[in-house]
Design a protein around this ligand. Structure first.
Ligand code: ADP
Length: 537
C-alpha cells in the first residue's frame, strides 16, 4: 500500500502572495512616477483591494479561465494591479512590449488572441498604430490621471463597474502570464507561465544566494514589466513585502538616480545599458546624488562587462550579475562568489562575478557538445541546456519543438563553458558565432575583452562574409566621451588573450550600436550594414 503524505494540498497561486501582502504588509508603500513626473504613493493594502476589484470587473466583462488580457503599460502601480487582478479572474496577463514596432505588437497581440487591453493614456498614439496594423480588442481600458479621452473607457470607471461576483477557483497549473521572446534571433514565440512556476521562481529568486530580497529592501525595477515580468521582481517584492518604486516612463539616468536617492532604494534591476548610463552620470557629477551605501544593482539580459562591476565597486555599489531568458522565467544562473573564495584572489573574484554563474535551487544546467557534457576545464565549449520547474517545456502553439532535447532539456542557444568552480560563462549565442576558415570564433568573448579597454564604452563583434575565410570578425566600437584610442591600440589590448585568427580584421568606430527592444546589440542590423565590407578581400 502506498502511504499518503499527511500535508495540506495548497495550490501554489499568486493569490497567496496577494493575500499575505494585504494582511501583513498592507502599509508597505508602492511608489510610481507619473507621466507628469509627480510621485504617486499607494500601498500593498490598497493595491490588493483594487486588484480584486479589477478581477471582478474582468469576470463581469466576460473574461473566462485562460483568456488573454493584454497590457501596454510602463512600470507603475496599475500594472502591478493587473499582474494580480488578471490571474485572479482566471485570465492570462499578456504584457505587450511597447518598444517593438506597431506591426510586430499587432502580430503578437493577434497571435495571442488578446481579448481586452489595458493601456496607458500616454501610449495611445502607439496603441492607435497597433490597431491600424490590424490588431483587434473587444475592449480598450485606458489608465491615466486625466481620465479616459473621448471614445475610450477609463480604468477607474472599469474598476467601479465591478459586479459583486465570485472569482473562479484557480489551480496551480493554470496559466497566469504570457510573454513573447524578444525575437533577437527569430520570430517571437509565446511562453506561458503557470501560477506554480511563478510561485517557485519567486521564492527562489528572493533567496540570499539568489537576488537576496527581503522586507528590509526598497526595490526599483528599471527592467520593464513587459520584459519577462520585470524578471519576476514585482511578484518577489510583494511576496517578501519589500517597498516598490516604479519609474514610469522615465528611464534616463538622472531620473533613475533621482528616484534611487529620494526613495532610498536598496536594490535596483536593469540591463547593462542602464547601468552604463548611470555610471557615466555618476562619473560626471560624483557628489550630486546621495545613494544608499551598498546599493545593489541586478544586471542581466546581456553580459555585464567586468570593468563595469569594478567601477561600481569603487563607487560603493554592487552589481549582481544574473543570466536568464524569457523561456526561463527568467532566473537561470546567478554569479555570486562562493564564500570560500571571497577575499582571496581579487582578480579571480572579479572574473567570477563577470561570468553568468551557477544555477539557483531547483534549476539544473548542463553544457553539451557533440562529445557529451563538456569537462569543467574553462576551455571546452558547448550549448547551455537548462531544466527545472520554471523553465518552459514548449512554446505556445508548439513552435520550434527542436529547442527541447529528447531527454528533457531546453536548448538555450547560448554557447558556454564551465570552470573548476562550476561557474558557467557564456561566450556567444549559437547564431552569433563567427566561422572563419572552419574554426569558430566567439564574438561575445571578443566584445568583453574590448570593453575592458579604458577608452571603450561599448563594442559589438560580428562575422562579415569573406571570400577566403567564409567569415571574418569585425568590431564596431563606441569610445567613451572624450576618450581616444586607435584600432591598433585596441588590437594590442586584446592580442595576448586570443589566437591571432580571432582578432577582428577591422575595428570601426561608430557613434552608437543598434539595439533591440530589450537593449541588446542588434547584430542582425550590424551584419546587414557591414555585409559587403570584406567582399573586396
Ligand atoms: P531574446 O532571446 O530574443 O534575446 P530574451 O530576453 O529571452 O530574448 O534573452 C535571452 C538571451 O539573452 C539569453 O539567451 C542570452 O543570450 C542573453 N542573456 C541574458 N542574460 C545574459 C547575461 N547575463 N550575459 C550574457 N547574455 C545574457
Amino acid at each position: 500500500m502506498t502511504a499518503l503524505a499527511t500535508m495540506m494540498e495548497v495550490p501554489l497561486t499568486v493569490e497567496l502572495v496577494l493575500d499575505r501582502a494585504q494582511r501583513w504588509m498592507k502599509d508597505v508603500e508602492v511608489v510610481s512616477r507619473r507621466p507628469d513626473r509627480r510621485l504617486h504613493r499607494t500601498t500593498y493594502g490598497v493595491i490588493a483591494v483594487r486588484a480584486r476589484r479589477l478581477a471582478r470587473a474582468l469576470v463581469g466583462a466576460g473574461i473566462r479561465p485562460g483568456d488573454r488580457v493584454a497590457t501596454l503599460m510602463w512600470n507603475h502601480a496599475e500594472h502591478l494591479e493587473a499582474y494580480f487582478g488578471i490571474p485572479l479572474a482566471g485570465g492570462v496577463t499578456h504584457t505587450l512590449n511597447l518598444r517593438l514596432h506597431p506591426d510586430e505588437i499587432s502580430y503578437i497581440a493577434t497571435d495571442a488572441r488578446d481579448r481586452l487591453v489595458i493601456v496607458d493614456d500616454v501610449l495611445l498614439p502607439l496603441f492607435d498604430k497597433v490597431v491600424a496594423a490590424g490588431a483587434t480588442f473587444e475592449r480598450v481600458i485606458v489608465v491615466g490621471s486625466a481620465g479616459a479621452p473621448e471614445g475610450y473607457e477609463g480604468y477607474e470607471a472599469f474598476l467601479d463597474s465591478a459586479p459583486d461576483v465570485g472569482l473562479p477557483t484557480i489551480a496551480e497549473s493554470d496559466p497566469l502570464g504570457l510573454c513573447y521572446t524578444s525575437g533577437t534571433t527569430g520570430k517571437p514565440k509565446g511562453v506561458l507561465y503557470s501560477h506554480r512556476s511563478t510561485i517557485l521562481h519567486t521564492l527562489v529568486e528572493a533567496l540570499p544566494d539568489s537576488l537576496d530580497l527581503s522586507r528590509s529592501d526598497t526595490l526599483l525595477p528599471v527592467v520593464p514589466m513587459f520584459h519577462v515580468n520585470a524578471w519576476g521582481l514585482p511578484f518577489a517584492a510583494a511576496m517578501v513585502g519589500a517597498k516598490l518604486v516604479f519609474p514610469g516612463p522615465y528611464l534616463d539616468p538622472p531620473s533613475v538616480l533621482e528616484l534611487l536617492e529620494s526613495e532610498r532604494v536598496t536594490v535596483a534591476a536593469g540591463v547593462p545599458t542602464i547601468w552604463l548610463g548611470i555610471r557615466e552620470a555618476l562619473d560626471a557629477a560624483p557628489a550630486k546624488w546621495k545613494l544608499q551605501p551598498g546599493l545593489r544593482m541586478i544586471v542581466g539580459g546581456s553580459a555585464a562587462p567586468e570593468q563595469m562591476i569594478r567601477d561600481f565597486d569603487r563607487l560603493g555599489m554592487q552589481l549582481i550579475h544574473a543570466w536568464g531568458m524569457t523561456e526561463t522565467s527568467p532566473i537561470g544562473l546567478v554569479a555570486r562568489v562562493p564564500p570560500h573564495l571571497e577575499g582571496t584572489d581579487e582578480a579571480l573574484c572579479y572574473r567570477l562575478r563577470a561570468k553568468q554563474g551557477v544555477p539557483p535551487p531547483l534549476v539544473d544546467v548542463c553544457v553539451r557538445n557533440d562529445d557529451g557534457d563538456v569537462p569543467a576545464d574553462d576551455r571546452t565549449s558547448g550549448e547551455l541546456m537548462v531544466r527545472g520547474p520554471w523553465i518552459a517545456s514548449a512554446y505556445v502553439g508548439g513552435h520550434s519543438p527542436d529547442r527541447w532535447t529528447s531527454d528533457g532539456w531546453f536548448r538555450t542557444g547560448d554557447v558556454a563553458r564551465v570552470d573548476e568552480h562550476g561557474f558557467v560563462q557564456l561566450t556567444d549565442r549559437v547564431a552569433d558565432l563567427i566561422k572563419s576558415g572552419g574554426e569558430w570564433i566567439a564574438s561575445q568573448e571578443l566584445e568583453n575583452a574590448l570593453m575592458g579597454h579604458p577608452a571603450v564604452r561599448e563594442a559589438a563583434v560580428i562575422g562579415v562574409p569573406h571570400a577566403k575565410w567564409s567569415e571574418r570578425p569585425l568590431a564596431a566600437v563606441v569610445l567613451k566621451p572624450g576618450a581616444t584610442a586607435t584600432a591598433e591600440d585596441l588590437r594590442a589590448h586584446i592580442a595576448a588573450r586570443f589566437p591571432k585568427f580571432w582578432l577582428p580584421d577591422e575595428i570601426v568606430f561608430v557613434d552608437a550600436i543598434p539595439r533591440t527592444s530589450a537593449g541588446k546589440f542588434k547584430k542582425t542590423e550590424l551584419r546587414e550594414t557591414y555585409r559587403g565590407h570584406y567582399s573586396a578581400s
